[in-house]
Ligand binder design. Structure first.
Ligand code: IPD
Ligand code: CA
Length: 324
């Protein structure tokens, strides 16, 4: 990676995220005051506004001016038909507004997510929520941080816990899940039954229930990853996201000691191999993601073994289904 100056790319990307954040906030004010044209993509809950497009155009223009040789994958460019092939070249992977539904409703879990993929792996991630002024950054091999207070803020290393807590079972976990925008009967039923088992009380009629501490839906995949990196969420699972939703978050979570993998199948096939937790093109594009926060080593179980155990317990509980 020595051929890429990641610290200088990080500085550029952070400045760009702040600039984009300003546009997102102004857009939100305009929407709350005067409304906006909200368009539908796949269906009536898959939304896009003029600001998604505007922010992506800004990011595409600035990245191509400063890094003309880098490739670009963006949610709105992809929707408009620009679908570059994956290569080993450095590639910005951008969701201009992650949490568009929140954005439209004025619910402040909204961010821009900018990942840099190199040799088909995330190597840098920047997530900025301009409403809560939370900037999450991560660089491969250099850790991940959260900063509040803009350029004057002091980056705080992730995870917050200096010695990450154990996680004995799912019953003690705070877990992010999402309803997503695929509401056809099969995926909706699989998702609902899965949530039912994760939440349900096995001693009061929910056979197989894990009675987790809670389920949360922030409405932004990138923010879910950031919260797992921070330690506010113990884990996050979703089927149906895209590389731009997760590329930055994957790196930020990994650099905070989190373990990321893909589907039930990927988990089963890799869990006993050195490839477990290696997130390359197949997982990034695989539409199925699970991440568990850092867990400290204990006498009888390493943190990584505990992360594997928790994912195993989770995947024994929830149903797999195809993303549309
Ligand atoms: C969506 C959000 C949401 C997740 C969806 C994503 P968008 O991204 O990340 O949390 O459930 O799968 O598509 O549409 O707001 O960019
Ligand atoms: Ca988006």
């Amino acid at each position: 990676m020595s051929e890429l100056d990641l610290q200088s790319i990080l500085k550029f990307t952070v400045a760009l995220a702040y600039e984009a954040g300003h546009v997102i906030r102004k857009g939100s004010e305009a929407i709350q005051l005067a409304g906006s044209n909200v368009d539908e993509k796949k269906n009536s809950v898959d939304l896009v506004t003029e600001y998604d497009v505007k922010v992506e155009e800004l990011v595409k223009k600035k990245t191509s001016e400063t890094y003309p040789s880098f490739k670009f994958i963006g949610e709105e460019s992809y929707a408009a038909g620009s679908r570059p092939e994956w290569t080993d070249e450095p590639t910005f992977c951008v969701d201009p507004i992650d949490g568009t539904t929140n954005f439209v409703h004025g619910f402040p879990w909204v961010c821009i997510s900018i990942g840099l993929i190199y040799k088909r792996h995330s190597i840098l991630g920047v997530i900025y929520n301009p409403f809560l002024d939370l900037l999450y950054t991560g660089v491969k091999g250099s850790g991940s941080y959260v900063t509040h207070g803009g350029l004057n803020g002091t980056p705080r290393k992730l995870p917050f816990a200096s010695s990450p807590k154990p996680l004995a079972s799912l019953s003690q976990a705070q877990i992010a899940v999402e309803w997503g925008n695929d509401r056809a009967s099969k995926p909706l039923t699989s998702r609902s039954e899965s949530f039912h088992l994760i939440a349900g009380d096995p001693s009061n009629g929910v056979v197989g229930g894990r009675m987790a501490h809670s389920l949360r839906s922030l409405g932004s995949s990138a923010m879910n990853f950031a919260m797992v990196a921070q330690g506010g969420l113990d884990m996050y699972w979703e089927i149906g996201c895209w590389p731009w939703d997760v590329s930055a978050g994957v790196l930020i979570a990994q650099e905070a000691g989190g373990l990321v993998t893909g589907s039930h199948k990927v988990y089963a096939e890799t869990k006993e191999t050195a490839a477990f937790g290696d997130v390359g093109e197949a997982i990034l594009t695989g539409r199925k993601y699970i991440v568990v926060r850092a867990i400290g080593d204990a006498e009888k179980e390493t943190g990584r073994e505990a992360q594997k155990r928790i994912i195993g317990e989770f995947y024994d509980t929830v149903q797999d289904y195809d993303a549309l």
